[in-house]
Design a protein around this ligand. Sequence first.
Ligand code: NAD
Length: 486
Amino acid sequence: MVQTQVKVLNNYVGGEWVEAKTDQTEEVINPATGEVIAHVPISTQEDVDQAVKAANKAFQEWKEVAVPKRARIMFKYQQLLVDHWDELAEIITTENGKSFKEAKGEVQRGIENVEFAAGAPSLMMGEQLPSIATDLESGVYRYPIGVVGGITPFNFPMMVPCWMFPMAVVTGNTFVLKPSERTPLLANRLAELMEEAGLPKGVLNIVHGAHDVVNGLLDHKDVAAISFVGSQPVAEYVYKRGTENLKRVQALAGAKNHSIVLKDANLDNATTQILSAAFGSAGERCMAASVVAVEDSVADAFIEQLVQKANEIKIGNGLDEGVFLGPVIRDNHKKRTLQYIETGKQEGATLVRDGRKDEAAKREGYFVGPTIFDHVTTEMKIWQDEIFAPVLSIARVKDLDDAVALTNQSPFANGSCIFTNDGGSVRQFRETIDAGMLGVNIGVPAPMAFFPFSGWKDSFYGDLHANGKDGVEFYTRKKVITTRWV
Ligand code: NAD
C-alpha cells in the first residue's frame, strides 16, 4: 500500500508500518484549498520507545556493514528519488503549498544530499602518521555514534530530513525521524523508497507527532545525538534539554535575513533576486530575504522596480501552471501575518504594497500577496521578528557601514546578501557581517550539500553545522590508535 494515501498516517518502526499508540490525531491540510488530506497521529512516549528500541537493535548489525555496501544503497536511493521526482514534488506542493517548480527544486536539494552521502567511503576515511617516534605510529579511525533523532520543520519536508538521515545512516548510525506534524506525508514516501533501495529494517524509523515525541527523543538514554531544524525558541529548548541529557545536539533555528543593495548594484538583478528570495515559498524559508538595507540614493528606483515586478507575480495553488506564490501554511499563520501588516502600519512604516488587497488573498486557502514596507527601522516589530510570510521590510541606509551596523543589530544571523559591483565592498561585507551564509549578487545563498549549512548567533545552537564535512563529523566519533612495532 502507498502509505501517503492512508487516512491516518502510520509510524514506521523496525521496517513495519504500525499504528501509533494514541487516539489523538491532527489534521493535515492542503493550505491552497483548506482541504483535509490526511490525519497525523500525535504519538506517545511508548511509540518513541518502540522506535528507539528497533533502531538500537538494527544499529548492532548496521554498524558492521562495510561502508561501500552502505554507500551502494545510497546510489540506488538516488536513482529512485530521480525516478519519482515529480511525484515527490507533487506531495510537497500539496502538503506545504509552495509552487511545483520550487518543490521540484527542493527534491533536487534532497537528491544532492543523497549524492553527497554516497561518497561515504571517502568521507569516513581517517588519517595516519606512520612515524610519530621511532617504531611508533598513530592513526585516526571514524565510527558511527548510535541512534540519532531527527526533528524537522514544515517548510522543507524533503530537503531538511535529507540533510539528516542519508548522512547519518551511511556513516553507520540508525535514525528516528520526527517530521513536522504539519507536513508529514513526504517523510513516509521517503522511507518507502529507502526500503526499496535496500535499507535494512530498523535503520530508518519514523514517529509522527509533536512535543511528546520530541521530548521522548531528547530524554531517551539510548539516543546518542539530535539533529534539529525549526524555530528559534524550540531550537534553544532542544539544544538545552538535549545537551543537559549529555547528547550531541545541532539545532538550526530561525532567521531574519538582510540583503544590502548598494548604489552601484545592477538594480534589475537585485530586484529580481530579492523578489524571488522574499516571496518564493511564500517567505517560509529560513533563507528568505526579510529586510533590504538599500542605499538612499537608489532607494526610490529600487522600490519602484520591486513593486512593478511584485505586481506581476501569479498567486494561487502551487500545482497550477505559472503560479509563483502559494499559500502560507495554515489559517492561523495567515492571521498572524495580517496582524504583522497592521502592526507595521501602526509602527509608522510605509506600506508600499499591500498583499491583503490581492484578489487571491480573499480566496479559500491561506493566501497573502507580496507585501512591502518602506522606511522600516530597528525599533519596529516587523524589523525584529521572523514573520515567515511574504512580507518584506525596506530600511534606507547612508552607506555600507550603516547597512552592516543595522544588519548586525539583529540577534539572528543565518544568511545575508550584498548587491554591488565593487570588490572592496564585497570584501568589507564578508569581513564585517554577522551571518553564517553569505551571497554576492544572489538572493538565496543556500549552500549545496557538500558545504556546511547554518547560521550564527540565535540562528544556530551547537558546534557542527548540517551538511558538508561538518555533517560527517557530527554523525561520527573517532578513535586514535597508537602502535609500537617491536
Ligand atoms: P517549529 O519550531 O514550530 O517546529 C519544528 C519542529 O519542532 C517540529 O517538528 C515541531 O513538531 C517541533 N516542535 C514545535 N514546538 C515544539 C515544542 N514546544 N516542544 C518540542 N517540539 C516542538 O518550526 P516550523 O514552524 O515547523 O518551521 C519554521 C521555522 O524553522 C522557522 O523559524 C525557520 O526559520 C526555521 N528553519 C530554520 C532552518 C535553518 O537552517 N536554520 C531551516 C528551515 C527552517
